[in-house]
Design a protein. Structure first.
Length: 122
């Protein structure tokens, strides 16, 4: 990613809070986004990345899933204009996604397995 592709933090006004303690990797956020925006298979405003499934030591394993927005994310501006949450948030089966004003999402991120992605409305 070049610096030209990165969001200028001064322009970011929304945050997507992801709680990785609860993400099961079900891909419902991806599919909901694809259906909402008519995207082909493999393209979405949010993607799930599989992290591991390998032994660390003894009976401890590395596994988990990382949900992350892509450049195709438009923050579901049309849905939000109707008073709805982004489709990925609505359809998250584990309820580990939250969307809102950036300052509110930053306050809610209170432990190490959470990430706030900064998003600018397109």
């Amino acid at each position: 990613m070049s610096t030209a592709d990165m969001i200028n933090p001064a322009e970011a006004n929304f945050g997507l809070l992801v709680n990785y303690d609860w993400c099961t990797g079900c891909h419902s956020c991806e599919i909901a986004c694809q259906m909402e925006h008519g995207m082909p298979v493999g393209q979405s405003g949010i993607l799930i990345h599989d992290m591991g499934h390998w032994p660390i030591e003894g009976d401890t394993w590395q596994f988990g899933y990382l949900a992350a927005p892509t450049k195709m994310c438009d923050t579901c501006a049309e849905r939000r204009g109707l008073g709805k949450v982004p489709t990925c948030v609505q359809h998250c089966q584990a309820q580990c996604l939250e969307f809102g004003p950036l300052d509110e999402m930053l306050k809610k991120a209170d432990h190490e397995y959470q990430t706030v992605f900064t998003l600018a409305e397109k």
